[in-house]
Design a protein around this ligand. Structure first.
Ligand SMILES: Cc1cc2nc3c(=O)[nH]c(=O)nc-3n(C[C@H](O)[C@H](O)[C@H](O)COP(=O)(O)OP(=O)(O)OC[C@H]3O[C@@H](n4cnc5c(N)ncnc54)[C@H](O)[C@@H]3O)c2cc1C
Ligand code: FES
Length: 259
């Protein structure tokens, strides 16, 4: 059963650039961190974004007592505004939202692309036997949390498209090299990466879960802005649309239909 969600006022404790366009924010709040499960997200109202009323979804990167951290990339107006907010400011936050990852079995692999490594960090943190972690990015500037995963006791391997760090190539190539009897994979990253991963998992007969990053509006299952195709044997066409915010963001890799 998923934990209850709440809407809280959170105090921004830290908000600093970690590298390139990536920032880490730490927030203190009365509830949410205590209930958060790996892979869930929060919906953040960004202050002073007056003409854009929609909240922005961010994975719950880490939790400690009543503190919750986000790792975010500046990609547009909302995230740019968020990056300028000074500690001390209050933010309105709803969460924890969405379906979490299942706990990792003993021989598991985590695959993360870009800021997707924020969605899988708590999963690795909670795992009694640490997974092998594969992190992919376009360049070394997009490789995040390597040291943090290593500090958890995970072995971390890297790939970059331009070869500036780790293997030169895609994270799927890294997976092909790394696979060694693991039975489960959990991943988060850009949709093209997840599509390639799902195909490779099918050919390797590797089970697991993928967390989808889809643009959202309401974040609570009411508007259907975030739908994705999933297999459904009970529907006449064999598929249906699932709301990523409410039925995901984590899905079994086998149930997703990538177009
Ligand atoms: C469940 C979930 C978890 C997420 N976790 C994180 C996270 O941990 N860290 C992080 O940096 N981002 C995360 N995102 C993505 C983040 O929500 C968007 O980057 C953010 O909403 C963009 O807001 P903006 O106002 O800056 O950009 P906008 O001005 O709204 O858009 C700028 C550009 O980004 C694109 N965009 C907007 N939303 C998304 C999206 N969800 N995915 C891909 N492209 C998008 C737009 O199409 C546009 O091209 C997550 C998204 C989801 C659905
Ligand atoms: S964002 Fe509204 S249903 Fe998912």
């Amino acid at each position: 059963m998923q934990p209850p969600k709440s809407q809280v006022k959170a105090t921004l404790l830290k908000n600093a650039r970690i590298k390139a366009d990536y920032f880490c924010a730490e927030l203190e709040m009365a509830s949410i961190p205590q209930n958060a499960l790996p892979g869930q997200f929060v919906h953040v109202q960004i202050p002073d974004l007056s003409h854009r009323v929609l909240r922005r979804p961010f994975s719950i990167f880490n939790v400690e007592q009543n503190k919750l951290s986000l790792l975010y990339k500046v990609v547009g107006e909302g995230t740019r505004q968020l990056s300028t907010i000074a500690p001390g400011k209050e933010l309105d936050i709803v969460g924890p939202l969405g379906r979490p990852f299942s706990p990792l079995p003993d021989k598991s692999i985590i695959v993360a692309g870009g800021y997707g490594c924020a969605a899988t960090y708590l999963l690795a943190k909670n795992a009694p036997i640490k997974p092998l972690v594969l992190i992919g990015g376009r360049t070394s500037e997009d490789i995040l949390l390597k040291e943090e995963y290593e500090a958890l006791g995970c072995e971390v391997r890297i790939s970059t498209d331009d070869g500036s760090m780790g293997l030169k190539g895609r994270v799927t190539q890294l997976l092909q090299q790394a696979i060694n009897g693991q039975s489960w994979l959990a991943a988060c990253g850009p949709i093209p990466m997840l599509k390639a991963l799902a195909e490779l998992m099918s050919s390797l007969n590797l089970k697991g879960e993928l967390s989808l990053d889809k643009a959202m509006c309401c974040g609570v299952g009411a508007c259907f802005a975030c739908v994705t195709k999933v297999k459904d044997a009970t529907s006449p066409d064999g598929w249906r649309y699932a709301r990523v915010c409410a039925e995901g963001p984590v899905f079994n890799a086998e149930e997703l239909i990538f177009v």
